[in-house]
Design a protein. Structure first.
Length: 192
């Protein structure tokens, strides 16, 4: 046997021995175990990362909704009867101000997603005196009130937005298949 052949044969024999870690044995099994552990841990870490992103987007939408409710309530304090039942309301309406300030959150203009309520605060505690209904496109007064006795300066105007956030994370969306309902509300005292 020539020296080069001896060197190659000994190298191949060494590669297949249990001590080398390449051809099986204890070291080879440990490498496989580490690979399986990495695969399992990466799935858990990926789900955790997706849940963090989901929470961040939910929080961002909540902030946008709060801003939209505040913008709508502020507009309503100066323009208390500028209502609209249109799907895409003009920007000079309460609902239009909500949609314009909503940012990434799309708020449908209907009674289940957007409410404008008026409260009489003359007794010290707020008492609902009426609200605007987009479905009937009219003001609905509470018992004992009319629009002319409710929508007056000093009345508190409250805008409430309800939004369903669709979860992105598979585990969370299986726990909450309909999404997570988030509410935001703001109130101002009517000025005019």
């Amino acid at each position: 046997m020539r020296p080069l052949e001896r060197l190659l044969c000994s190298a191949f024999a060494e590669a297949g021995s249990p001590r080398s870690g390449r051809g099986g044995g204890e070291a080879g099994r440990q490498g496989g175990q580490a690979l399986v552990e990495l695969a399992l841990a990466s799935v858990v870490l990926l789900l955790l990362l997706m849940a963090i992103v989901d929470f961040g987007l939910l929080f961002s939408d909540k902030l946008a909704m709060s801003n939209a409710a505040r913008g709508g309530a502020r507009w309503a304090s100066k323009h208390p009867t500028s209502w609209s039942s249109a799907t895409t309301p003009d920007s000079n309406t309460i609902e239009g101000q909500v949609q314009a300030a909503g940012g990434v959150v799309s708020v449908p203009n209907d009674d289940s997603h957007l409410t404008v309520a008026y409260y009489d605060v003359t007794s010290g505690t707020p008492v609902l005196c009426g609200s605007y209904r987009a479905a009937s496109s009219s003001f609905v007064a509470a018992t004992g009130y009319t629009q002319s006795t409710c929508v007056i300066p000093g009345t508190m105007v409250q805008v409430t937005i309800t939004y369903t956030y669709p979860l992105l994370t598979p585990v969370l969306s299986s726990l909450y298949p309909g999404g997570v309902t988030v509410n935001a509300s703001a109130a101002f005292v009517e000025e005019t």
